[in-house]
Design a protein around this ligand. Structure first.
Ligand code: UP5
Ligand code: MG
Length: 196
């Protein structure tokens, strides 16, 4: 796919920064199709007969990044499926790419992104949100030990991806600290500046 065929926006930010929350808003108001890489991996993990189930489940608990071939393929399938079945060509890719190799592979073999929407949030704020969510989420990685590992991977491996896109002038940065409504107002304003 080329940039003319589809609009792809990467949505990045630390664990618990609010990517999923804001994508739900954008989906409703802008007609995007929303794919969370983490959700796709959790679905694949639970799919009976998946050969990757154990690998995914272990990587998620350890806050590690699942081998990119798996994630890129899941995203690619979902995107093509949507284009063929629904004809929608506007995608939010949430929580991906979180490693440089994924970024290059996706833009080369699936579609170049228009820009990256980056939710900037300090760790203490994200940790509080995740521990609170952990009381009810049932997510295997919403516990103190896994959260610490997720933060480490984010700083060491995922932030360099944001910096890479920033050098190319393709990052839209929003503070994720205020409440969800205020964050969303800021998101809308900045998307408008990008002609969305
Ligand atoms: N909340 C949200 N916004 C708020 C606000 N402004 N003020 C106050 N509270 C706010 O929000 C988290 C919580 O905070 C919620 O309770 C929400 O109500 C509240 P959410 O919108 O869920 O944040 P999000 O950024 O989506 O957090 P998430 O935990 O999903 O982020 P992660 O990036 O950690 O998780 P993801 O599912 O993307 O990935 C999980 C794992 O999958 C990774 O660690 C990795 O092991 C694996 N993975 C890969 O290997 N490769 C990939 O490409 C992707 C994932
Ligand atoms: Mg999420």
């Amino acid at each position: 796919l080329s940039q003319e065929d589809a609009t792809v926006i990467f949505v990045l930010g630390g664990p618990g920064s609010g990517k999923g929350t804001q994508c739900a808003n954008l989906k409703k108001d802008y007609g995007f199709v929303h794919f969370s890489a983490g959700d796709l991996l959790r679905e694949e993990q639970d799919r009976p007969g998946s050969e990757f189930g154990e690998r995914i489940s272990n990587d998620i608990k350890e806050g590690k990044i699942v081998p990119m071939e798996i994630t890129v393929q899941l995203l690619k399938n979902s995107i093509w499926d949507t284009i063929q079945k629904e004809g929608v060509r506007k995608f939010l890719i949430d929580g991906f790419p979180r490693k440089m190799d994924q970024a290059l592979k996706f833009e080369e073999t699936v579609c170049p992104s228009k820009f990256t929407l980056f939710f900037d949030c300090p760790e203490d704020v994200m940790q509080k949100r995740l521990l609170k969510r952990g009381e009810t989420s049932g997510r295997a990685d919403d516990n103190e030990e896994s959260i610490k590992k997720r933060f480490k991977t984010f700083v060491e491996t995922s932030l360099p991806v944001v910096e890479h896109f920033e050098k190319e002038g393709r990052v839209v940065k929003v503070s994720a600290v205020p409440g969800p409504d205020e964050v969303y107002e800021d998101v809308k304003k900045k998307l408008e500046e990008w002609g969305m």
